[in-house]
Structure formats: C-alpha cells, structure tokens
Design a protein around this ligand. Structure first.
Ligand code: NAD
Ligand code: ZN
Ligand code: ZN
Length: 391
C-alpha cells in the first residue's frame, strides 16, 4: 500500500510499504477513505518530538471501511464505515473504566520510554512516536486498528466523510478544552490559536454557554473564520497588546477561562521570543510556550486555564507564581476522544454542528508532503488539509 512516511525534520515521502495485517484478535484493518493533517503532526514534521524513526507512517485522524476483523471483534464487520479515535484504548483498565481513555494502561508497549519522560505513560497513539507505541499511522491506504471493539464508531446515516472525520480528534479536542473550563452563564472565554483546534474550541465554548468568546492569532483568514463562524471578538497579537486588550474587554478582571490551543510551537516577537528560539534550537527547552504564559497571566483570579495545545517535555519561565497567587485551575490532557464521539456525532446528525467549515484543502494522499508544507507555513490560507488515499 501507499503511506506517508517520516524521514526527518521536514522530510516526508509517500511510498510503497507492506500492507498491515491482523496481529491480535481484537484488531481490525481499515481501508482509509479520508485522513487529515493535524497541528500535532507538525510537531513531528518540525522535529520537536523525540523517538521518531525513519520510515514511520504518520497520521492519527482517519476513517474508512473495515475490510477485516480479528476473531474477538464482534461489533464490526467487513464493509462497515467507521471513524477511528486517535488514542488507542483497551476499554477495560483502571483509566478506561473511568473514561480517561487517553491514559489507557494497556496500549503503549513502549511505556517505559514514556515513563522516563513523564513519570507515567499515556496511551498509545497512531503514528505518534515510538515513545507512544510506535504504531503505524493513518495517512495511508490501510491501517491496523488495535482494540477495534472499543474505539471505532460506525457511521450509518449517510453523512459525508468531511462531516464526521474530525470526530477522530480535533472536534472532541476542542470540546474537551471548553468543557473542562466549567463554563457558567455570562462567562468570557479567550482562546489562543485559531487553527482547527482553536476553531472547534471556540465553537464548543459557545455551545456550552459562554456569553462571549475571544479569539487570538495573527493570521487574518483564521481570525476572520473565528469572527464569522463563532461571532468571536478577535485580537491580532501582532497589532494589539493581548493582556491590555483582554483587561479592557473584561472590565479589568480578565477572562473567566483562557485556553491555549497553540501548543509547543508558539510564535512571539521580541526578546522572549528570541530566548525561546535559541533554547529550543539548542535542546535546552522542548517548546516555545508563549501562549501558555499569556493564558496564565491573562486569566482572571480563580479562573481556569485549559491546555489542549500539545507540549512534550520541559518548558522555561512558566509563571507558576501567577497560578498559585491567582488560585487558577489548570486542566489539560490528550483528549479522551472515545468519551465524546457519540454525543458529538448526534450533534452533527441533528445539524447543531457542521465541522466542514475548517476544511480549506482536499488533496490526494500522494501530495501529503505538499499538504504538510503549506499547512506548516500557513500558506495559501491553509487551515485544514484532508487527504484522500483513493484519489
Ligand atoms: P495549527 O498549527 O493550525 O494552529 C496553531 C495556531 O496558533 C496558528 O494559527 C498560529 O498562528 C497560532 N499561534 C502561534 N503562536 C501564537 C501566539 N503566541 N498567540 C496566539 N496564537 C498563536 O494547529 P492545530 O491543528 O489547531 O493544533 C493546535 C494545537 O493543538 C497543537 O499543539 C496540537 O498538537 C494540539 N492538539 C492537541 C490535541 C490533544 O489531544 N490535546 C489534539 C489535537 C491537537
Ligand atoms: Zn491530532
Ligand atoms: Zn485501557
């Protein structure tokens, strides 16, 4: 089959690799009809995540048709159309039973590597480093899906791929990012980053009752989408002082919740930006947490800072003093996607949510390297790329 393989920083190649096979009785093989490029994939593409190996197949947002199932997968059969969640979860362990699926104890065969880094290991994730399991990803014609009796959900209602694909990751991610802010009537929620995750976070904050959402970024097309789709107040951080603007918008108090939907490749001008760039280049720091610092500094006292943005290791100059002295709550995590897929599918079915608005580009799988390049550089007003293996 053809697959999009990682060969080093900014080096990808779509090439022939062996077809995946059923290895365990709870596996399924899925023939992929649509697969997307995630902001998290950019962290691999740009070389921020350790334990990638040459030839690794990327991709963790995918859907398609089941072509084969292991003998213990009773809920799926060949021909079923499914969306696959990016966390690989057993469904039976301490964490899965508590619906904390991204913390599954049974899906990362390389847990000791992750334990060195984090103390304890999260779940395995498709196409996302050897530290997180070394699983082949879904930017390919086929994928092996472990624990297929737990993760994939069937799509039986004729919705298009574009309408349901993002149930695999970014729609639940935006939803969980907003849900963990415990939004109350009248709340103002500020979101850093207007990429696909930021867009679904803004949408979800509105859905969960925020009175006002504020969107922060620097790309005009992303800010425009935030304004048009979610009626967000927009702040271009290159033109406006974000802290001052948020203070002014909230009567000097700060937003009730602040959400970092940027992650470890945050961008900043000025001296602090320079310090982080030097430190990441020399491996003295594993990311540039500009958005996180601002989200903490800008949040109102007693508020919640929610972090869907991905961070991989150690960061500098996080204002923990502000967290303590303002009595902030920090909420974060790889998304417990399984928990949200069915309720969000219902909201898509009844027309409450139409996730297709984030898609700016469809491309054949063979053009994945070009897709990564334009998404990475935010060229051609690219917001979300969907790859089609069949074309
Ligand atoms: P993206 O690259 O499209 O979006 C990031 C946005 O942040 C860009 O629009 C960029 O201009 C903006 N930005 C950069 N620096 C900023 C700053 N200082 N202030 C405000 N905005 C800034 O990526 P995405 O697909 O939207 O993903 C965003 C993050 O979410 C990534 O870190 C990704 O890894 C993470 N993510 C996490 C999960 C999870 O399970 N927690 C799931 C999916 C994605
Ligand atoms: Zn993702
Ligand atoms: Zn589990």
């Amino acid at each position: 089959m053809k697959a999009n393989c990682w060969y080093g920083t900014n080096k990808l190649s779509v090439e022939e690799v062996p077809d995946p096979k059923i290895l365990n009785s709870r596996d399924a093989i899925v023939k992929i009809s649509s697969t997307a490029i995630c902001g998290s994939d950019l962290h691999l593409y740009n070389g921020y995540m350790p334990t990638m190996e040459k030839g690794d197949i990327l991709g963790h947002e995918f859907m398609g048709e089941v072509v084969e199932v292991g003998k213990d997968v009773k809920n799926l059969k060949a021909g079923d159309r499914v969306v696959v969640p990016f966390p690989i979860s057993c469904g039976n362990c301490f964490f899965c039973k508590k619906e904390m699926f991204s913390l599954c104890e049974n899906s990362n065969p390389n847990a000791p590597l992750a334990e060195k880094m984090f103390g304890h290991s999260p779940c395995g994730i498709f196409g996302y480093t050897h530290m997180l399991g070394g699983y082949a990803g879904g930017q390919a014609e086929y994928a092996r899906v472990p624990f297929a009796d737990v993760g994939p959900i069937k799509i039986e209602n004729g919705l298009t791929d574009d309408q349901v694909l993002f149930l695999s990751d970014i729609l639940p991610t935006g939803y969980m990012a907003a849900e963990q802010c415990n939004i109350q009537q009248g709340d103002t929620v500020a979101v850093w980053g207007c990429g696909p995750v930021g867009q679904f976070t803004l949408l979800s904050a509105k859905l969960l009752g925020a009175e006002r959402v504020i969107a922060i970024d620097r790309f005009p097309e992303r800010l425009k989408m935030a304004q048009e789709e979610h009626d967000a107040v927009i702040i271009n951080y290159e033109e406006t002082d974000v802290y001052e603007a948020l203070q002014e918008l909230t009567g000097g108090r700060g937003p009730d919740a602040t959400i970092d939907a940027v992650g470890l490749e945050g961008h900043a001008a000025g001296p602090m930006g320079m310090v982080d760039r030097v430190k990441t280049a020399t491996m003295m720091e594993n990311g540039r947490p500009h958005a996180l610092r601002q989200a903490i500094m800008c949040c109102r006292k007693g508020g919640t800072v929610s972090i869907p943005g991905v961070y991989g290791g150690l960061l500098d100059k996080i204002p923990i003093g502000a967290v303590v002295n303002k009595a902030l709550t920090i909420k974060t995590g790889q998304t417990h996607v399984h928990r949200y897929m069915r309720p969000l599918l219902k909201r898509i079915e009844n027309g409450e949510i139409d996730p297709t608005f984030v898609i700016t580009h469809h491309m054949p799988l063979s053009e994945a390297p070009k897709g990564y390049d334009i998404f990475n550089r935010k060229q051609d007003e690219c917001i979300k790329v969907v790859l089609k293996p069949g074309s």
